[in-house]
Design a protein around this ligand. Structure first.
Ligand SMILES: C[S@@+](CC[C@H](N)C(=O)[O-])C[C@H]1O[C@@H](n2cnc3c(N)ncnc32)[C@H](O)[C@@H]1O
Length: 205
């Protein structure tokens, strides 16, 4: 999966501007609200999985968070994010990796994923992701994950996705996690369309 997935995303990030992709969001308010509501210390390690060139890290730096890692399969996305952040790029740790091959070298207090997990459709890959997640989170660490909801889009940038209802989240995560909160959120794309997302906050058991 790695090479074709990487080429796919690199080609998107090489040809589309920031606000020419459906997931563009200058202020990722839902994610920020979830993270802020945890009241974790500002130096708690945060991993943004598939962060791409999202503004989450800019906003977290602004809020005083000091231990942020962004992981993405696309080196082009990460270069773009670094360029945009300028000197602040040094405040972030960057990892270019397919999440399916990711072997966390440290443990994170917060694992954030917006619009990445839903691209995994085969059980084998979903299980690989879950293993990295469990490996990468500290005890009592939080996963904050946003995926297309059951009434959300079926595809994104030419890829099929797997959509998640709250019940699907429950079936998938409740063995290993205590579900703290779920929330639906309607994302307005730069093309004036709407996408229904379901978010989950869950605590590692
Ligand atoms: C729809 S974008 C979302 C970007 C960002 N999370 C946001 O909310 O703005 C999906 C991102 O996931 C990355 N991605 C896709 N598959 C991946 C994988 N298997 N491993 C790591 N990153 C991946 C893409 O490069 C892209 O940056």
């Amino acid at each position: 999966m790695t090479n074709s997935t990487k080429n796919h995303w690199n080609s998107i990030y090489s040809t589309k501007k920031l606000n020419q992709v459906s997931w563009y969001q200058p202020i990722p308010q839902v994610s920020l609200d979830f993270i802020e509501s945890l009241n974790f210390s500002k130096d708690a390690p945060i991993l943004d999985v598939g962060g791409g060139d999202s503004f989450l890290c800019d906003n977290l730096i602004e809020l005083g968070y000091s231990n942020i890692t962004v992981l993405d399969i696309s080196d082009v996305a990460i270069q773009r994010a670094k360029r945009r952040l300028g000197n602040n790029a040094n405040k972030v740790s960057w990892i270019v990796s397919d999440i399916l091959n990711f072997e966390p070298k440290e443990k994170y207090a917060i694992w954030h994923d917006r619009a990445v997990f839903h691209f995994l459709r085969e059980n084998e890959n979903i299980n690989k992701y879950l293993n990295s997640l469990l490996e990468g989170l500290v005890e009592n660490g939080r996963m904050i994950l946003g995926a297309f909801a059951e009434n959300g889009p079926t595809r994104c940038c030419a890829l099929d996705v797997k959509r998640y209802s709250f019940e699907d989240f429950n079936n998938l995560f409740s063995d290993r996690f205590t579900i703290v909160k779920t929330q639906n959120s309607i994302h307005k794309t730069p093309f004036d369309t709407e996408q229904s997302f379901n978010f989950i906050e869950a605590k590692k058991k």
